[in-house]
Ligand binder design. Structure first.
Ligand SMILES: O=C(O)CCC(=O)C(=O)O
Ligand SMILES: [Mn+2]
Length: 211
């Protein structure tokens, strides 16, 4: 098959991490190193990275990462007061979307890409539970570049330990419902990390209501 070698372990059985109230599917090395290297070096220079800001209690602050939003024309997305209009898909992103859809067993119409420039960049505890993602979202997350720790903690059961998963170049994690309802996730700062990481999260946004 033409894709053999390009898409790493895409055909291999993933690790299934069953949690109380949720499930993660972890494909280590979903992209081969050479494919991941190529995409990382292309995208770090060509994605229209944007600095967004959030306003909390009257203070406007830059979020600690750069991001870009891709998707079908009508996949507008809003969170913490940031409204993102989609950039149209590129051929490479559409090809990747196709293979990730096969792995996830669902379809996606939008993509948030984050650039963590170094270990000072981060995303704090949150769930991907915005209304436009619907009630039972599946989120597929691909990591490129520097390994960073992805952490999960249950929203209210303090007896459950925080889970820490290092996500490396080419790894794919699929977060299955109802994970977003019961678990928060974050990428904490990593003081000794100097190299960048790109993370792509594929999502399915409900179409804008025309009412
Ligand atoms: O960078 C990651 O692995 C997670 C990103 C994330 O949670 C988000 O963009 O919602
Ligand atoms: Mn998230």
């Amino acid at each position: 098959m033409e894709q053999t070698g390009l898409f790493g372990n895409a055909e291999e059985a993933p690790e299934i991490i069953k949690l109380p109230d949720g499930e993660l599917i972890l494909h280590r090395g979903f992209l081969s190193k050479s494919k991941a290297d190529t995409l990382f070096s292309q995208w770090i220079n060509s994605i229209p990275w944007q600095q967004d800001y959030i306003t909390i209690a009257g203070n406007t602050l830059p979020i600690p990462r750069l991001q870009a939003w891709f998707g079908d024309n009508d996949s507008y997305y809003q969170y913490s007061g940031i409204a993102l209009a989609p950039t149209p898909w590129t051929p490479a992103l559409l090809t990747l979307k196709d293979i990730i859809q096969s792995a996830a067993g669902t379809t996606f119409n939008s993509l948030l890409i984050n650039l963590y420039r170094n270990g000072q960049d981060s995303v704090s505890w949150h769930a991907d539970d915005e209304i436009e993602l619907g009630e039972k979202p599946t989120i597929a997350s691909l990591s490129l570049g520097e390994t960073r720790t992805f952490q999960l903690r249950h929203v209210n059961n303090r007896n459950l330990n925080t889970l820490s998963l290092p996500l490396a170049h080419g790894d794919l994690v699929i977060m299955k419902p109802p994970l977003q309802e019961y678990w928060l996730h974050q990428i904490p700062k990593s003081p000794h990390t100097t190299a960048p990481r790109i993370n792509l999260t594929f999502r399915q946004i409900a179409r804008e209501s025309t009412n």
